[in-house]
Structures are given as structure tokens and as C-alpha cells.
Design a protein around this ligand. Sequence first.
Ligand SMILES: [Zn+2]
Length: 500
Amino acid sequence: MTTPLDAASLILISRDDRKVLWAQRNPAIRFLGGYHSFSGGKLEPDDGNCDVRNESDPEMRRLKACAVRETFEEIGVLLVRNGEKLTKGQFPLLHDDLVSGREPFSKILEHWGLWIEGRDLKYAGCWTTPEFSPVRFRTRFFISRVPEKQEPYAAIGELRDVEFVEPLEATRRWSRSEVLVAPPVLFSVRALNEFANPSISVAESSEKLRDLSARMDGRVHHIELNSRICCMPLRTKTLPPATHTNCFIVGSKRFVVIDPASREAYEQEKLLGLIDELVGKGGICKAIIVSHLHRDHFGGEAALKAHLASRHGVEVPVVGHTHTSDALKGNAEFDGTIGEGDTYNLEDSHNEAFDLQVLHTPGHARGHLSFYDPEFGFLLTMDNVLSHGSVLIDPPEGNMDDYLASLRRMRDLEGLRTLCGSHGTAVSDAKTKVDEYIEHRLERERQIKEALKRGLITAREIAEEIYTDLDPELLPLAVRSVTAHLERLETTDSGRVVAN
Ligand SMILES: [Zn+2]
């Protein structure tokens, strides 16, 4: 488990007190790229040198300086006192000094006679990234109103689509899966929507947001991807660098659970807690689904089934593809099979029905299933596509030709917008991500063909040559992957067919 880094974030309210500022993080950013968020970032040593007045707590002084600095850097809004004497032309100079690193923020403030008024930023709670995340922050949130005569904009490449949005509209967009929103931002926006009557009071909101985080921080084990799909990462024995497998709960009044894979009691408890909540609100579990045969995707389904039977008196079938149930005979018990063409009719918490399509997408495994919500364009790619890293294609279970066909099929799904795999976070631009995966495989294939031309023969020789900077421990996996490519080259003769 990684130790969280200190960070600060600013909830900026529009001058008419009706809207809140958010922006989309650049999809290329490793931590929550593509997600909508407030301005903010991690604490830097110089933050402690900034002139922050009327704030007695030294830690808060640093964090407030951090929030102000990050906000200036990202959206060009400078939340300082004495700033009214700066001309419009001077803001870009200050900004450039900061972003280029020419001068630390504390010096810039000093140079221009500016300071941060501690009372301008009201504390609005603390949220800690859960332990399943490879990058973790302990983020202190502040709330403030945007200063007069300053208009936010995407001041650096980290953010785009900077906008003030009414909390109700922000919540609506998230619920319809038009944007991805990390839990603290989602909770804050939802809460601001509740408090707004109709305007947002900075002082009142800061108190309520503080209470909310005190109640919930550290107790949130799942991520609501939209109003229909909930993702709960559970610790499993998976392949590094992943440590968790995402369990998906799709629907709430009528729902399915996909890959409740953890075998650890503590992890299972978290899931059962959430399931009990849903059933307590009248939810009916239609099926427990195992997406494919790998050991980090099954193992908790029997415990969930038994719990639903003993606690709630309901018999819920465990299902998977026929290849999966055949392969796992003796390891996992299946009550039925599902496959291409099957659809679950589910229902969200507002009794709104929707369909979840089952797609047979072999390649990573023969019986690999993916799941698609065509209305929201949301695809659960499971192990076929992940937010980070690549996927192991290990013959004979894995088949590179099938895998490429599955990738192309997923990319061409009508209405596809967002995806989430079994490890890591959701991805806002699904088509681009799947294209990257296809391109990555074809690039490997080109390298392998070159290596063959140069006279290399075995998968090991080729892997050693083309996987530069590879951790030696991972070499056996690279060899398996090269083997999969070689098989595809033999069986499809794509050495000639796929010339580019
Ligand atoms: Zn797998």
C-alpha cells in the first residue's frame, strides 16, 4: 500500500453563487486522466514559504498556498489580495514565471506585493484516495468564490473544457455517463446541489462538505461510474503491477454482479455490505457472472451466492461462458451459461430500465465476456483493455488473432464512448484507447516480423530483443506474448496480409 501524498484542491464558485468550476483532466495524465475535477494538485516545498495571512495553522497555510498556486497554474485564476492593481497584461507574465519554474510562487507573490488571505479559502473537508489506487493523495478541499474580473481558462495542457456548471447539471451529466467524476468531486457536487437553494453559500457549504468528508472519508470502497455501474476494486492475486480486480455491480433495483473475485474475507465483507444495501432497498440480484477463467476473476462467487441465500433467502445463479464453466470444473460451480446475444434487462435506483448486452470477446481467454450498455455507450472490457499497461495473450488459451478481432469489434460498437477494464480506472475516450491497443499489437507484430527476417527463430530470442527495458522477471510473460504473435503469423499468414 502506498502512503498518500498531501494535496489540495479548490472548489471555485461562480460570482453569482450558482455554479461550480470543473474541467476535464487530460486523458494522458496517469492519475484519473479524462476525469472531471476541480483545480488542485500535490503540495510542494515552496508552498510553506508563501505569505498566507490570518491562518494560524501552519499546515493549513501550506495547503491553502498549494490550492491557490495550483488554481493559478491550471486555470489562470489568482486568488490573492492586492491583485486588483495587476493589469490584464501582467497576469500572463506571472503565470509564465510560475509554470516555467523561473520563480517559485512565494517569490512571485512577494515581488508583486501580493498575499493570500487565509479567510478567502474556507476548509471543505479531506478525502483520501483509497488503498486500491497505485497513486494516492490526501487532499484537503477548500471552497472560495472566483475573484472579480478574473475569468478561468485552460491555462496549461493538464486540463480542458474549463467551465462553470450548475451542480444539478454536473450531477445529471455524470448520471448519464457523459463525464467521469472521481468520488470526492462527485460527492461534493451532489452535496452542493442539495445545499443550493437556489444559490450556493460558501460559508454554509464549507461546513456541510466538512461534515460529509468526516463521515465518509476512508469508508468509500466503490466508485460510481454513472447512475448504473458501480465499480468495487477487490484485492486478488493478479498479475503485477495490478493488485486488485474490479468487481462491477450493474443496476440497483435489478442488478448483476460481475467478477466478485476476491477470496479474502475482509474484501468480501466490503462487497457484501454494498449488496446488502442494495437488497435492503428492494434490489434483486439477477446473476453472479464470471467474466473468464483466470484466477483473479473468480473465487468469491460462491461466498456471494451463499450469502444471498442465507441472509436474503434468494437463489442467484452463477453464470459464465460455456468455455469458462468447462475449464473451471472442480474449481468453481456454475448454474448456467451465458454468451453472445444474451441481454440482461436491469433497473437503476430510479426504477429506470436498461439493457446490458453480453459480448463474447475471445482472445485473452476463449470464453472471455465483455458487457455493453448501448444507451450510455459504456463498455466493460474486463481483461481485454485496461486503463494502463497491456494485456497478456497466453496461448493456447490466448489467441492473438481472436484478440485483435475482439478489439476491432469493441472499437466499432455503435455509440461507444467510455470503457472500464478489470484493473485500473475507467477511460473517457474508449475508441482512442482501443485503437492504441490495436496499434500496440500491430507494432509488436511488425517488430517480430523484422526479427524473423534478421534470422531470429525462438520466441525467447525475439522477446529478449524486442522487449527492451523489460524487468527480467517478466521475460517469461513476454515470451508467451511473442509466441501468441508467432502463432497468429503462422495461422493467418498475416506476414503478407497485414503488410502495414
Ligand atoms: Zn484474465
